[in-house]
Ligand binder design. Structure first.
Ligand code: HT7
Ligand code: ZN
Length: 845
C-alpha cells in the first residue's frame, strides 16, 4: 500500500468556489448530482485535474455543459480542463443500504446518514476530497422521508424535498446529510450578540425523546462557555444533532449538523450511568467546540490533525473541569493518558503527535494525536501563562479564521503573541515517545538543589532523541506538611539541569510534576514513607493522588514478585484518606482505585522484567482483599454516608458520592459474599447503582439471577444491552473470559454490524487483561477470528480493535508466539483491508 508523506504536501491544483449537490435518496440506488465551480489555484505547482472518487458508479459528467468521458480509476477521475474557471458536473450512483463500512453515505436502522471525516466524501461523489479545498455548499435532498437535513441553514422545502445552504466555506470532510423518520427535542439559544439560534436533537421515534434533555442542556452550556471563556459565538441560525445507532466513533462535528453515536447523546437515569452522563456532556462540548477549532479554522492536511483535535480535547477538558471538579478531571485524564497513550508511545504503534507518514489516515485518530496533543496545549499554556494563552488564542482566531492551517501557523501565533521562541518546544509535535524525567536532590546550608534529567527512548523510525522543553511544576513541603515553597514551573530544556531553592531551614519534601504538568514518566526514588507523607499532606490534589498510586504500584510489584503482604504505610494511608470527610468523595474514590493490571504489567517491563498477567491478576485480587479487610470497620459507615437521597441527578457531587459508595460496595462484597450488593441491585432506581451492584456480584462469581433479570428487563434497549454484554466479559475470571465472550457472540442480540455491540464484547475482552492474556491463548484466537470476519464489513473498526495486540512483545515466549500467530493469521487473510493491513504490519514490526 502507498505511503503518504507530510514532506510531499503540495497545494491543490484547483480551488472550488461553490458546490451544488442534489441527492435522490434510494437504499441501493441513490443518485448524487454535483455541480462544482472550479478555478485554477494561483499557488499550485501543477495543473493536473484529479477528483477523488471510490466505489462510485459514474452515470455522466460534463465540463461547462459539454459532456465528457473522464478517465476513471479505483481512486478517482482525471480529464483535461480549461486553464480558466470552469464548471464540472457529474451524476453518480451509490448504495447506502449495503455500505457496512459506515463511511460515506450509509443507512442505519432505516435512516440515511453520512460520515465523511477523514476521506468518506469521495464515496459520495467525485471531488477534491482534501481539507485545504474549502467551499460553500448548497444541498438539495429528494426523498419521501419526513426529516431531511444537511449543513448550514435551511433554504427551502416542499413535499419530498428540502434545500440547505451553508454560507461558511468548508472542506468536504465536514459535509453531512441525514434523512429519516425522526423526532426532535427542540430548544433555543440566544448568542452573546443577541442572535436567536434554533437547536434540535433528532432521534428515531423508538428512542424516548426525553433522553435528549440532558444532551440539550450540555449543548447550551457548551455554547455559553465558549462565549465566556474563548469569546466564540455560534455562526448559523440552526444547530442540529442527530443520534445514530451504527457509528464508528463517538461523534462528528459536521458544520451545523453534528452526528452522534447514540451512546454519546442519549441519556436517562434508568438507562445511563454517571460515567455515561459525564461522557455525553464532554462529547457534546467537544463537537460543539470544533465549530471554531476545526471548522472555522481547519487543517491544511491530515498530518495537522492534532491542530484541531489536540486543541479541542484541551478545550473540552477545561470545560468539564469548570462544570465539575478540576482536580478530579485532571486525575481522570491522566489515568486515560497513562493507560492508553503511554502504552501506545511505548510500543510498535508509537508515532509523533504530528505523524510524518501514513497509509490510512483513519489509523491516526489515536490517543497520541488527541490526548498527547491536548497535553501539548496544556504545556504551552503553562509556559506562556494564562494571559499569554488568551492573547495567542485571540490572535489565532483573528489571523486564521477561514484558513486551513498548520502546526507552524499555530506556534507562530504563540511566538507573535508572547515573544517566546518556541523552536525547541516544537519538538513535542515531531518526537515520538514518552520522556523519562529522573530526579536527584541534595540539601546544604539552607539551599535545596533539585537535579532533573530527561531522556526519551527510541521509537519506531526514531532512534535518537534530543532534549525537549519540559515544564515541571514543583512545590516544597516541610516536615509538618506545610507548604514552604508554592508551585513554581521549572523549565527543563537540557539533558540535565539543576534548580536551586534558597533560604530553607531544613531539607524539604519535594512535590514534583504537580498537576501532571507534562506528559512524562517521573522517575523519582522515594521511600514509601515519603510517598505516604505526600498522600497525607500534599496540597496539590493530583500529586496527592499520584503518591497513593505510586505506593499502590510498588506494593503490587512486591506482591507479584514475592507474594509479599502489603505495606501497612499504604493501608493506613488509605484508611486515613477514606475517613477524611473533608475530602471530596470523588477524589477519595479515585485514591482507593488501584492502578490497572495493564499499568502494573508496564511497570514490570520498565523494571526489566517479563510480566505474567496471571500473577498480576492474583496480586490485584489479593491487594483488594487486604484493603477490604483493613478498611472493614469503616466501609459500612462510608457506604451509608454516601447515600444520595431524592430523585437521581447526574451532577458531579451526587456522582462523586455514588462513586465512593460503590467503591465501598465492591470492597464489602469481598467480605460479605455479595449480601449488600444484592440488596443494592434489588432496590436501585438508577443505572449507576444497578450496574455497580451487578459488577460487584459478578466479580465474586455471583449474580447469575441478577444478570438474567437485567436481560429480561432491558432486552429492548440497545445501549443498556451493550452494558450487559460488556460487563460479563470484563468481570469474567481470567480462565473464563474467552468462553464468556465466545458464548455472547452466539446470543441473538449480538451483531458485528453494530460497532457498539462488537466493542462491548471485544473491547471488554481486551480490558480483562488476565483474561485476554490467558495462557491458553483462547482470547487471542477468538479476537483474531472475529477481526477477520469484521474486516470484510468494517475495516475502520477492525483496524482500531487490532491494537489489542500491540503489547505482544512485552510477554513471555509462549504468549508472544501465540499473539504473533494470531496477528499473522489476520495479516494473511485474502483481501484484508488497507486499514487493517497497515495496523497489523506496524504491530508485527
Ligand atoms: N472529528 C471526528 C473524528 C472522526 C470520526 C468520527 C466519527 C466516525 C468516524 C470518524 N473519523 C474521524 C470526531 C472528533 O474528534 O470529534
Ligand atoms: Zn474532535
Amino acid at each position: 500500500p502507498q505511503k503518504i508523506y507530510l514532506k510531499d504536501y503540495t497545494p491543490p491544483a484547483y480551488l472550488v468556489d461553490s458546490v451544488e449537490l442534489t441527492f435522490k435518496l434510494a437504499p441501493t440506488t441513490t443518485r448524487v448530482l454535483s455541480r462544482i465551480a472550479f478555478r485554477p489555484n494561483p499557488d499550485a505547482q501543477s495543473r493536473d485535474f484529479f477528483l477523488h472518487g471510490e466505489q462510485l458508479k459514474l452515470i455522466s459528467a460534463s465540463i461547462d455543459g459539454v459532456s465528457i468521458t473522464p478517465e476513471v480509476t479505483a481512486t478517482g477521475l482525471t480529464h483535461t480542463v480549461p486553464n480558466a474557471p470552469f464548471v464540472f458536473e457529474a451524476e453518480v450512483e451509490i448504495s447506502p443500504a449495503t455500505n457496512t463500512a459506515l463511511e460515506g453515505l450509509y443507512m442505519s436502522n432505516g435512516m440515511y446518514c453520512t460520515q465523511c471525516e477523514a476521506e468518506g466524501f469521495r464515496k459520495i461523489t467525485y471531488y477534491p476530497d482534501r481539507p485545504d479545498v474549502m467551499s460553500v455548499f448548497t444541498v438539495r435532498i429528494e426523498s419521501d422521508l419526513p426529516v431531511l437535513l444537511s449543513n448550514g441553514n435551511p433554504a427551502a422545502k416542499g413535499d419530498g424535498w428540502a434545500e440547505w445552504h451553508d454560507p461558511w466555506p468548508k472542506p468536504a470532510y465536514l459535509f453531512a446529510l441525514v434523512g429519516g423518520d425522526l423526532v426532535n427535542h427542540p430548544d433555543r439559544f440566544t448568542t452573546m450578540s443577541g442572535k436567536d439560534v434554533e437547536l434540535n436533537i433528532w432521534v428515531r421515534p423508538g428512542d424516548d425523546e426525553q433522553k435528549c434533555a440532558f444532551g440539550m442542556e450540555a449543548l447550551k452550556k457548551s455554547m455559553k462557555w465558549d462565549e465566556d471563556v474563548y469569546g466564540r459565538e455560534y455562526d448559523l441560525d440552526i444547530f442540529n444533532i442527530v443520534a445514530v445507532d451504527d457509528f464508528n466513533m463517538g461523534a462528528m462535528e459536521n458544520k451545523g449538523l453534528n452526528i452522534f453515536n447514540s451512546s454519546a447523546v442519549l441519556a436517562s437515569p434508568e438507562t445511563s450511568t454517571d460515567a455515561n452522563f459525564e461522557r455525553i456532556e464532554a462529547i457534546i462540548a467537544h463537537e460543539y467546540f470544533h465549530n471554531w477549532t476545526g471548522n472555522r479554522i481547519t487543517c491544511r492536511d491530515w498530518f495537522q490533525l492534532c491542530l484541531k483535535e489536540g486543541l479541542t480535547v484541551f478545550r473540552d477538558q477545561q470545560f468539564t473541569g469548570d462544570m465539575r471538579s478540576h482536580a478530579v478531571k485532571r486525575i481522570d485524564d491522566v489515568v486515560v493518558l497513562r493507560a492508553h497513550q503511554f502504552r501506545e508511545d511505548n510500543g510498535p504503534l508509537a508515532h509523533p503527535v504530528r505523524p510524518e507518514s501514513f497509509v490510512e489516515i483513519n489509523n491516526f485518530y489515536t490517543v497520541t494525536v488527541y490526548e498527547k496533543g491536548a497535553e501539548i496545549i496544556g504545556m504551552l499554556k503553562r509556559l506562556v501563562g494564562d494571559e499569554g494563552y488568551k492573547n495567542a488564542l485571540d490572535l489565532y482566531f483573528d489571523r486564521h479564521d477561514g484558513d486551513a492551517a498548520t502546526i507552524e501557523d499555530w506556534l507562530q501565533v504563540f511566538e507573535d503573541a508572547t515573544g517566546r521562541d518556541l523552536s525547541q518546544f516544537a519538538k513535542w509535535y515531531s518526537q515520538a515517545g514518552t520522556p523519562r524525567v529522573s530526579v536527584t536532590d541534595s540539601y546544604a546550608d539552607g539551599t535545596y538543589s533539585l537535579t532533573l534529567s530527561q531522556q526519551t527512548p527510541a521509537t519506531p523510525d526514531q532512534d535518537k532523541k534530543t532534549p525537549m522543553v519540559i515544564p515541571v511544576a514543583v512545590g516544597l513541603l516541610n516536615d509538618n506538611g506545610d507548604e514552604i515553597v508554592p508551585t513554581r514551573i521549572l523549565e527543563l530544556t537540557e539533558a540535565t539541569q539543576t534548580f536551586t531553592f534558597d533560604g530553607l531551614a531544613s531539607k524539604p519534601v519535594p512535590s514534583i510534576l504537580r498537576g501532571f504538568s507534562a506528559p512524562v514518566i517521573l522517575e523519582h526514588d522515594q521511600t514509601n514513607a515519603e510517598r505516604a507523607f505526600l498522600l497525607a499532606h500534599d496540597t496539590d490534589p493530583f500529586n496527592r493522588w499520584d503518591a497513593g498510586r505510586t505506593l499502590a504500584q510498588d506494593v503490587l510489584l512486591q506482591m507479584v514478585r514475592e507474594d509479599a503482604t502489603p505495606d501497612t504505610a499504604y493501608l493506613d494511608g488509605l484508611l486515613a484518606l477514606l475517613r477524611d470527610d473533608n475530602l471530596d468523595p470523588a477524589f477519595r474514590a479515585l485514591a482507593l482505585s488501584l492502578p490497572s493490571q495493564d499499568d502494573t504489567a508496564q511497570a514490570l517491563v520498565d523494571a526489566g522484567e517479563t510480566p505474567d498477567p496471571t500473577a498480576i491478576y492474583r496480586a490485584h485480587e489479593a491487594l483488594t482483599l487486604h484493603i477490604a479487610q483493613h478498611l472493614q470497620d469503616t466501609l459500612p459507615r462510608i457506604y451509608a454516608d454516601m447515600t444520595v437521597t431524592g430523585p437521581y441527578a447526574p451532577d458531579a457531587v451526587s456522582a462523586g458520592k455514588r462513586s465512593l459508595g460503590n467503591r465501598m460496595l465492591s470492597l464489602m462484597s469481598k467480605l460479605d459474599g455479595g449480601k449488600q450488593a444484592s440488596q443494592q441491585y434489588a432496590t436501585a432506581d438508577n443505572m449507576t447503582q444497578q450496574l455497580a451492584a451487578l459488577a460487584s456480584l459478578l466479580k465474586i462469581g455471583k449474580g447469575a439471577d441478577e444478570l438474567a433479570a437485567f436481560e429480561q428487563r432491558w432486552h429492548h434497549d440497545r445501549l443498556v444491552m451493550d452494558k450487559w454484554f460488556g460487563l460479563q466479559v470484563s468481570c469474567a475470571a481470567p480462565e473464563d473470559a474467552a468462553k464468556v465472550a465466545a458464548k455472547l457472540t452466539e446470543h441473538s442480540a449480538f451483531t458485528m454490524k453494530n460497532p457498539n455491540r462488537f466493542r462491548a464484547v471485544f473491547g471488554a475482552l481486551k480490558g480483562n487483561t488476565a483474561g485476554f492474556h490467558d495462557p491458553s491463548g483462547a482470547s487471542y484466537d477468538l479476537l483474531a477470528d472475529w477481526l477477520i470476519k469484521l474486516d470484510a464489513l468494517n475495516p475502520q473498526t477492525t483496524a482500531r480493535m487490532s491494537t489489542s495486540f500491540d503489547t505482544w512483545k512485552r510477554y513471555d515466549a509462549d504468549r508472544q508466539t501465540k499473539m504473533k500467530a494470531a496477528l499473522q493469521r489476520i495479516d494473511k487473510t485474502p483481501n484484508l483491508s488497507r486499514d487493517t493491513t497497515e495496523m497489523v504490519t506496524r504491530i508485527l514490526g
